[in-house]
Design a protein around this ligand. Structure first.
Ligand SMILES: [Zn+2]
Ligand SMILES: [Zn+2]
Length: 294
């Protein structure tokens, strides 16, 4: 009586699994007539199930990746694009609170593609202030902040001199601040910008992660807090966050800068902006005119 124990069976099964494909390939090599990569089943197995790249599949068949691409197309074999899956996108964007930029990195596409899909699936897109709050609440950022505070507070002398009323700036914020200037107009350009920045923050308007006009992430292009009329008045309605490139385009459109001849100025743009009395309306007009130049 023949007794097969489990290990023999397992070894045999794995032998077959490992060698199954080698057998196919060696037969392919012997018989050049059979172009195995032209078969639907072969391509589906390697491309979809084994997740091999076109180049890798080409290599084992002795052809290049382009040939594999051609036959994948003929058989209409497509990998599922994760970001085209509404459930997956909701999970990443809403539940895990990843930004479109981060989701794009996972799928190896740009954040613009992710934005497009979010809109397509009617997934509500976070406002820039919501996005800023989320990134600020990320554990790694929180840790950075608390580490910095811990370091300072572990210094007892420092702590002693900075607790409550001992703090040199105790109660001296705003107008009591030693550097406070009565007239906004007397402030330097940088301080004016800082003060506007704080004013906007109080209104829950934060520096966005993306340029609201071209959607480029702030890491790729510097973000300006620009003043619509270059008057730099103490009016929050005149200040908008946008990337340097869009800011430059706006300069040309508004006729604030004559150098860039590629973009023609729009007559009355400044007048039209002045007429609009809400932030949303002004942002809409800015978006309309800037996006036309893209
Ligand atoms: Zn921009
Ligand atoms: Zn400007």
């Amino acid at each position: 009586m023949l007794i097969l124990d489990n290990s023999i069976i397992l070894n045999y099964v794995s032998y077959i699994l490992i060698n199954k494909h080698n057998i196919i390939y060696s037969r392919t090599m012997e018989n050049k007539e059979i172009k195995i990569y032209t078969y639907y089943n072969f391509l589906f197995w390697h491309y979809i199930v084994l997740k091999m790249s076109m180049k890798e599949i080409g290599k084992i068949c002795g052809v290049d990746g382009k040939t594999i691409y051609k036959y994948l197309k003929i058989h209409n074999i497509k990998r599922e694009k994760l970001y085209m899956n509404k459930g997956w996108l909701i999970h990443m964007y809403i539940e895990l609170e990843l930004s479109p930029y981060e989701i794009g990195e996972i799928c190896r596409v740009g954040h613009v593609t992710i934005h497009r899909c979010l809109r397509k699936f009617n997934i509500p897109i976070r406002s820039h202030s919501e996005a800023a709050k989320i990134s600020h609440n990320r554990p790694e950022i929180k840790k950075k902040i608390s580490d910095g505070q811990k370091r300072v507070w572990s210094d007892l002398d420092y702590r002693e001199s900075h607790i409550g009323e001992n703090h040199p700036m105790y109660g001296r914020c705003g107008e009591l601040h030693p550097n406070w200037k009565e007239n906004y107009e007397d402030l330097s350009y940088e301080i004016k910008h800082r003060r506007i920045h704080l004013m906007l923050e109080e209104m829950s308007i934060f520096a966005p992660e993306y340029c609201p006009y071209c959607n480029k992430p702030k890491g790729k292009r510097k973000l300006d807090l620009m003043n619509l009329f270059h008057t730099y008045l103490e009016n929050s309605l005149d200040y908008y966050y946008m990337c340097q490139k869009c800011h430059k385009i706006y300069h040309s459109l508004a006729g604030l800068e004559k150098r860039n001849s590629k973009v023609k100025s729009i007559p009355n743009l400044i007048k039209d902006l002045l007429k609009l009395k809400t932030r949303v309306e002004r942002e809409q007009l800015l978006k309309k005119v800037i996006l036309k130049c893209k």
